[in-house]
Design a protein around this ligand. Structure first.
Ligand code: NDP
Length: 446
């Protein structure tokens, strides 16, 4: 490791003990940025890297609620307000039992760069709770959301901090959270994104992350004269991002052959077509069942407690969670002919996996670029809320597509090496950094 990165990481680890995912995310960025900062000393003198890795504010709070049996349950709520140099804090809320400070700080840190890449005026933040919505009734989820917002409302606002969804937080949760915010503040504002279409939401927001990651894959493939048409695509996850990635891959002429949840994955060699996708959506969004039921319904193979990366494919789209492709799985993907990885999830590839992809010189689109379509469309939702004027589906989709193309161009601009290889990690890290860093310098020591 570059000794400058090593020294910087020693400081980060000492200041943030035990926060492994945060260390991982910061190190990846530091590896791209430290050489760039050496060449641009104004960022070094202003200690931008040291400042950008320290949240502006972290909030931790108790979330007590009553379950259906009348018993008191206690969860922990968080909001990390990471950076507001270029706009109000913006980033999702995650409800999952694994949620802790280290995971949310990694997500908030990534969000700063991602939001900058979209070119929209959004700072970075992230939040959530160790609450597990799985197995809870709608009423329990509502009571939890109301209690969570009863504290969070005093820290957020349309011009301060605008949360959205993430793992475990979809349309249902955003509805309950928004209802409670409105009640407490007596204000109908764009304080959350991912709202329902009848009450301030944007068309295409639910689709945006999956569509965007697919557009990004297409842009990467086009640099090698390829396209998604006729390609076999392995997808993990069966939630929001995975569902719309499957839809867009199919629309663009590709064949999505896998889908997973935390229990295992299904392999459908004929491809997950529109009807089968409708089944997954009903299963996951309404019945809240397990992906195994797909295998039972369509008579395909189900692999218990396995991830889909052993299946032969041209393109891989990890759309479930962090660190879901390890070094060995990355080697298998490359050996089986995978030429492109577009990360719909945040940091789904471990550092060892990333190294395999880069050494094999395949197209590797890191999450902060490839999945930025979600937050970009949240930014478009904020614009529509401010104007109090909704755009059509086509208008939003065209804007999303243009933003993804522009993010790709930024990565090419900052990530192209002397031999012509595009390192999208460097491209996204440096491209996202410059705007935030310049704004921080302009705003003084704050
Ligand atoms: P959902 O909650 O809708 O879906 C998550 C999916 O991933 C589910 O299939 C879930 O399975 C699976 N999953 C979750 N945790 C694990 C785990 N530890 N191991 C294996 N599988 C797991 O979330 P989203 O689709 O919204 O988010 C997926 C990823 O995309 C996350 O990394 C998120 O940060 C990222 N992302 C999301 C954006 C958005 O707009 N929603 C924007 C940008 C990034 P199960 O049902 O069994 O839990």
């Amino acid at each position: 490791m570059d000794p400058r990165v090593q020294q910087f990481m020693a400081m980060i680890k000492a200041k943030n003990p035990g926060e492994n995912e945060f260390h991982q995310a910061v190190q990846e960025v530091a590896e791209s940025l430290i050489p760039f900062i050496e060449d641009n000393p104004k960022y070094k003198h202003a200690k931008i890297l040291e400042r950008i890795a320290e949240p502006e504010r972290t909030i931790i709070f108790r979330v007590p609620w009553l379950d259906d049996k009348g018993e008191i349950q206690i969860n922990r709520g968080f909001r990390i307000e990471m950076n507001s140099a270029i706009g109000p804090y913006k980033g999702g809320l995650r409800f999952h039992p694994t949620v802790n400070m280290g995971i949310l700080k990694f997500l908030a840190f990534e969000q700063v760069f991602k939001n900058s890449l979209t070119t929209l005026p959004m700072g970075g933040g992230k939040g959530g709770s160790d609450f597990d919505p799985k197995g809870k009734s709608d009423n329990e989820v509502m009571r939890f959301c109301q209690s969570f917002m009863t504290e969070l409302f005093r820290h957020i606002g349309a011009d301060t901090d605008v949360p959205a969804g993430d793992i475990g937080v979809g349309g249902r949760e955003i509805g309950f959270l928004f209802g409670q915010y409105k009640r407490l503040k007596n204000e109908f504002t764009g304080v959350l994104t991912g709202k329902g279409i009848e009450w301030g939401g944007s068309l295409i927001r639910p689709e945006a992350t999956g569509y965007g990651a697919t557009y990004f894959a297409q842009e990467m493939l086009s640099t090698r004269g390829e396209s998604l048409k006729g390609k076999t695509v392995c997808i993990s996850g069966s939630g929001n991002v995975a569902q719309y990635a499957i839809e867009k891959v199919t629309d663009m002429g590709g064949k999505a052959v896998t889908s997973s949840d935390s229990d295992g994955f299904i392999y459908d060699p004929k491809g997950i077509d529109k009807d089968k996708l409708a089944f997954i959506m009903e299963l996951k969004n309404v019945k809240r069942g397990r992906i195994k039921e797909y295998a039972e319904k369509y008579g395909v193979e189900y692999f218990e407690a396995k991830r889909p990366w052993g299946i032969k494919c041209d393109v891989a789209m990890p759309n479930a969670t962090q660190n879901e492709i390890n070094g060995d799985e990355a080697k298998t993907l490359v050996k089986n002919g995978c030429i492109c990885v577009s990360e719909g999830a945040n940091m789904p590839s471990t550092p060892e996996a990333v190294e395999v992809f880069i050494n094999a010189a395949i197209l590797f689109g890191p999450g902060k670029a490839a999945n930025a379509g979600g937050v970009a469309t949240s930014g478009l939702e904020m614009t529509q809320n401010s104007m109090r004027l909704p755009w059509s589906r086509t208008e939003v989709d065209e804007k999303l597509h243009t933003i993804m193309k522009n993010i790709h161009s930024t990565c090419v601009k900052y990530g192209t090496k002397e031999n012509g290889f595009i390192n999208y990690i460097d491209g996204a890290n440096i491209g996202g950094f410059v705007k935030v860093a310049n704004a921080m310098i302009a705003q003084g020591v704050v």
